[in-house]
Design a protein around this ligand. Structure first.
Ligand code: ADP
Ligand code: MG
Length: 657
């Protein structure tokens, strides 16, 4: 005889005065659907719950399967009142005790038969290998061995229902709850499914079949008739012969529950599982995923490219500054003083004074002006730069031809000139100008040299002559416009500036000059670069937020679209945190893929720019940062949808579309 009928073993399922009402919130009337159900089902029973449509059968089944809670009354499972159970404990119960078979099969569309069958084992923490083997064995047992790789859409209704039975058996399927399992099937498939359930009952599974079909009910060993939310008949058939002992009786189950309802898989296994599942989901909707990624991809790529170009340009500017000797240079110019806007003057004596100061390498007078230059029969106004003989050293100039004027030329007020490369080209068209004469405002000058190209237009289109000559013969003033200073050590420039200021102020009796200092300009440049980076970071931030909103949007949509799937996962034992982890993993995976694509595209654009001669310097830090931000974006913006998904009520989610 069946062990479950021994008096000392409590029923597996015991309901007392169970009531269920719907509604009652937000002003809508509350409707009671179950009006006090008393029912006891022992392990190993094969029960049919029959009744007309709308009589409350499904409602009862959802409560039996812990997918929904009763409004009143008690439900004891294996002697335990489950009203005190939290969400995780209920999930454990569903996972360990129940297997569901629904009228509409409720398979996950995006998973193949094998993976659908494995879902409950995933949440039980079964290792992947044994899970796969067991799924394969179950599918074979149900005659679907060759359909393991098919998605639900590629299977017939009868086959889908058999897959769902295999899924119900995955974790043992001690109690199989089948709600109209044959309702959507043709009669032959229906008969097959019922035969299968009968076989399982004979093997010791507790089977509860819900049906409105008397023929289906006739196959069970006990029939409970329900009408308008009340049990109106409870008829046991004749005891069946040759039935195995129940696969799980209440005593065993109580003992197992006492051992704890902990989840057995490590977080690492869970994470890997979530990652695999997320990847499959994203792969199925890859086009849409790609569109969502766009925000992140553009964000990451633009940060990398902008940073690289910004840094490249900045570096180039610094190099140019260095090329012109700018990093070692400062200049002293006359400035206004007093309240009436009087302007000071600099003298050649000042130049000598400054030259004597420590850390000063060169101090030379400098004065520019426009001059009419006539040479070789051509007239053209050209920039006239007058300076000391140290000009080449101060400006880091090279000579292409001839020589620069000397200290002697300077002392002798020699009428000698050095042409910039562009000026030489303009007047002499590639021919050497050295030895030729040019007229500067009607004064003849002998050309003694030609500068090499400097890469700067203003450094090429000029004529350089000694300051002494310019001041006396051409420009008509003895006062230098600037004193150009080159220092030995730019690091000490601050002190040098102070010393120059002190010396000149003492000499003039007042401070009627200003000092522009190029190393300070370099610092300014660096500061500007820093601000530029901040701006870039801002742009990056904005694009990542936009990308994040895209992710949030797609995840919210996914939650909506996949409510049914969430319900199925919960019915098969997923805890809230499993659902949350899954959706969060999907969000992070999307942004991760976006980050990788962004870095790749950013690098590609950068390389293309290098070929287009744009100065580009890639920064690993920028890449890492952009990438990290992308992933963080996925986490932050995925959190809300993930929580929303995990908080769905299983029964509500199952009913969802
Ligand atoms: P059955 O499965 O026997 O056809 P159900 O249990 O699905 O019946 O439904 C019983 C009654 O409860 C029906 O009148 C139905 O309209 C009502 N009902 C079921 N689910 C809900 C719900 N979520 N909200 C409100 N009423 C519901
Ligand atoms: Mg129903």
């Amino acid at each position: 005889m069946v062990a479950a009928n021994e008096p000392d073993i409590p029923p597996l399922i015991e309901l007392h005065g169970l009531r269920k009402s719907y509604g009652g919130q937000g002003g809508e009337p509350s409707v009671e659907v179950l009006h006090g159900i008393d029912l006891a089902i022992h392990a190993g029973e094969f029960v049919a719950i029959v009744g007309a449509s709308g009589s409350g059968k499904s409602t009862l089944m959802h409560i039996l399967g812990c997918l929904d809670r009763a409004s009143a009354g008690t439900y004891r499972f294996a002697g335990q009142d489950i009203s005190a159970f939290g969400a995780d404990e209920l999930a454990w119960l569903r996972r360990e005790a129940f297997g569901f078979v629904f009228q509409g099969y409720h398979l996950i569309r995006t998973l193949d038969a094998s993976h659908n069958v494995q879902v409950p084992a995933v949440y039980a923490g079964t290792p992947a290998e044994s899970r796969r083997e067991r799924a394969q064995a179950l599918l074979e047992r149900l005659g679907l061995g060759d359909r393991a790789g098919h998605r639900p859409g590629q299977l017939s209704g009868g086959q889908q229902q058999r897959v769902s039975i295999a899924r119900a058996l995955m974790n043992g399927g001690h109690v199989i709850l089948a709600d109209e399992p044959t309702g959507a099937l043709d009669s032959r498939s229906g008969t097959e499914v019922m035969a299968l359930l009968r076989e399982l009952a004979d093997a010791g599974h507790t089977i509860i079949v819900i049906t409105h079909d008397a023929q289906v009910a006739a196959q069970a060993r006990r029939v409970v008739r329900i009408s308008d939310g009340r049990i109106v008949e409870d008829r046991a058939g004749e005891p069946a012969a040759g039935v195995a002992a129940p696969s799980l009786d209440a005593r065993h189950f109580m003992a197992r529950m006492a051992r704890g309802v902990a989840h057995s898989a490590s977080w690492w296994v869970d994470a890997r599982e979530a990652l695999g599942s997320a990847w499959r989901t994203l792969w199925v909707s890859r086009f849409r995923t790609m569109l969502t990624l766009l925000g992140i991809v553009i964000g990451v790529a633009s940060v990398i490219v902008l940073m690289a170009v910004g840094q490249g340009t900045s570096e180039q500017t610094l190099q140019k500054m260095a090329a012109f000797g700018d990093t070692h240079r400062m200049s002293i110019r006359p400035d206004t003083y007093g309240t009436r806007g009087l302007r000071g003057v600099l003298t050649e004596a000042d130049v000598r004074l400054v030259a004597e100061l420590p850390n000063v390498d060169i101090a030379m007078p400098f004065l520019t002006g426009g001059a009419m230059l006539r040479a070789n029969g051509t007239d053209s106004s050209t920039a006239l730069w007058s300076m000391g003989h140290q000009g080449t050293r101060l400006f880091n100039w090279q000579l292409a031809r001839g020589v620069f004027f000397s200290a002697e030329d300077e002392a002798n007020i020699a009428t000698v000139a050095v042409l910039g490369s562009a000026a030489s080209e303009r007047f002499f068209a590639g021919r050497s100008p050295v030895g030729d004469y040019v007229l500067l405002d009607s004064v003849p000058f002998r050309v003694i040299g030609e500068l090499a190209q400097t890469g700067e237009p203003e450094g090429d289109n000029l004529v350089a002559i000694p300051f002494s000559t310019a001041s006396r013969r051409v420009l008509g003033t003895r006062h230098p416009g600037l004193i150009q200073v080159k220092v030995h050590e730019p690091e000490r420039i601050g002190r040098t500036v102070a010393e120059v200021t002190a010396a000149l102020t003492e000499a003039h009796g007042l401070k009627d000059f200003a000092i522009a200092n190029n190393p300070a300009r370099v610092r300014q440049h660096n500061e500007a670069t820093r601000q530029q980076s901040l701006l870039l970071a801002l742009i990056a931030g904005i694009s990542l937020v936009v990308g994040g909103i895209g992710i949030m949007n797609i995840m919210l949509m996914a939650v909506k679209e996949r409510t049914r799937e969430i319900g199925i996962r919960m019915a098969t034992g997923a805890r809230q945190r499993d659902i949350q982890r899954q959706f969060l993993t999907e969000a992070v995976l999307v942004s991760l893929v976006g980050g990788v694509a962004g870095v790749a595209i950013g690098l590609a654009i950068g390389v293309a720019l290098i070929y287009a001669a744009v100065p580009v310097i890639f920064s690993i830090r920028a890449m890492g940062l952009a990438f990290g931000c992308a992933v963080a974006t996925g986490l932050v913006f995925g959190l809300m949808p993930a929580r929303q998904a995990s908080r769905l009520d299983p029964v509500v989610a199952l009913a969802g579309e």
